[in-house]
Ligand binder design. Structure first.
Ligand code: FEO
Length: 400
């Protein structure tokens, strides 16, 4: 029997930590793990908020049983159906056959599709309320933060928002559950990586969701991943992180992502970076796309306004890892970046042409003149790379 983890009177943490999976969604590295958060309000009626990944159902059910303290489970509110949260829903219904599943009409479709459950499902609409006794819940539909059925549930009594993936972050909860019990600093970068990798495409829906939240008093943000945010300054900070990222606003700085087989194209990246530093740009991040997981490159592209990409020509196309990175940036419908590019070839050039197409597709503001190098660095290439670095620095400085 586990001891219940009480966040505040009547609110329990029943989530789990995953330190085993290498890749979230089988795509994104998890060096610091991830938590799947689930919560219980134990009132006259009991309400569970989401479940957890099926791999951790044993620990989850032990925690839930402890938090229920012998009471029946009346409701499970499904804020998000992605299986990292709904994976244990079928088992939950087996163990608690009388539990009512609460979600919107899109949720109901997915509950049927993923779990073959159609009975005991309560379909709610925007603004509907659900009284639990002392606590009173109200539902806000927030589609595409991160799936079409996503919604948030607000406890009007204690001013708690159960926000689904919103305000989530990679990183396990090592000891502390709330921001007051741990060092929040260790989560900010992982929050940006989580947002940019998982939710990054959905800037406009995130803005709409933030608009719905803006008039709510918030004492607690209970996301499905990462710490529970309780401190006023932390709540303001994480809302501002999400606001900035979803507007595709970046800080002054440049990400230079390059591919290079034998180091010649890499020298172009080094030359541009050095010139940026000479011009007073301090945040210059160089990523070798063959070595660095794209997850971190995408995080940094969301962080900084400047982006410069360089690629050799490979089989009359882009270097494959660069092509793969471009598809991820295009897929996120990234906006508002100053873009420079360079490429190389040995006998026939193709890389620079494809990078020009990428600039058209993304509608990034092209800065400077693209540089194309044949075989290795010559004086003219060097001077052209310096000019590209200077042009990017000048453009960034215009926004100071
Ligand atoms: Fe944490 Fe979209 O699931």
């Amino acid at each position: 029997m586990l001891k219940p983890i009480e966040i505040k009177k009547g609110l329990y943490y029943v989530g789990v930590n995953d330190r085993t999976k290498a890749l979230f969604e089988n795509l994104w590295p998890l060096p610091k793990g991830v938590s799947y958060n689930s919560y219980l309000i134990n009132d006259e009626k009991t309400a569970l908020f989401d479940t957890v990944d099926i791999c951790y159902s044993d620990v989850f059910f032990a925690k839930l049983e402890s938090a229920l303290d012998g009471k029946p489970l009346d409701y499970v509110i499904i804020n998000h159906m992605e299986p990292d949260h709904s994976g244990s829903l079928g088992l939950l219904r087996s163990k608690y056959p009388n539990v009512q599943i609460v979600g919107n009409k899109r949720t109901a479709d997915m509950v049927k599709g993923f779990h073959n459950i159609t009975e005991g499902v309560i379909v709610i609409n925007e603004g509907d309320e659900l009284p639990l006794g002392h606590h009173n819940l109200v539902f806000y539909l927030t589609p595409m933060v991160h799936w079409p059925e996503t919604m948030m549930t607000y406890d009007k009594t204690d001013k708690i928002i159960f926000s689904g993936d919103a305000f989530g972050t990679f990183g396990t909860l090592d000891g502390g559950i709330t921001d007051a019990q741990l060092d929040p600093e260790r989560y900010y970068d992982e929050m940006v990586r989580y947002y940019s990798n998982i939710v990054g495409k959905f800037g406009s829906p995130v803005q709409k969701a933030l608009e719905k939240l803006k008039n709510l008093d918030l004492n607690y943000i209970c996301s499905t991943h990462g710490p529970v945010w309780t401190q006023e300054d932390q709540i303001k900070k994480i809302i501002s992180i999400y606001d900035k990222l979803s507007k595709y606003e970046g800080d002054e700085g440049v990400v230079i992502a390059y591919g290079s087989m034998y180091g010649n194209t890499e020298q172009m990246a080094e030359t541009i970076a050095y010139e940026l530093a000479q011009q007073g740009i301090k945040n210059v991040i160089i990523h070798n796309v063959s070595k660095r997981s794209h997850s971190y490159i995408i995080r940094d592209i969301f962080k900084y306004k400047g982006l410069i990409i360089g690629s050799p020509t490979y089989n009359n196309k882009l270097f494959p890892e660069i092509e793969y990175l471009l598809s991820k940036v295009e897929g996120r419908e990234m906006k508002n970046r100053f873009f420079g590019y360079f490429g190389s070839f040995t006998w026939a050039g193709a890389a620079v042409k494809r990078l020009a197409e990428f600039a058209d597709i993304t509608k990034f503001e092209v800065v400077g003149t693209p540089v194309e190098m044949k075989q290795s660095m010559h004086l003219q290439n060097y001077e052209d790379c310096v000019a590209l670095g200077k042009a990017m620095a000048d453009r960034l400085k215009q926004d100071r």
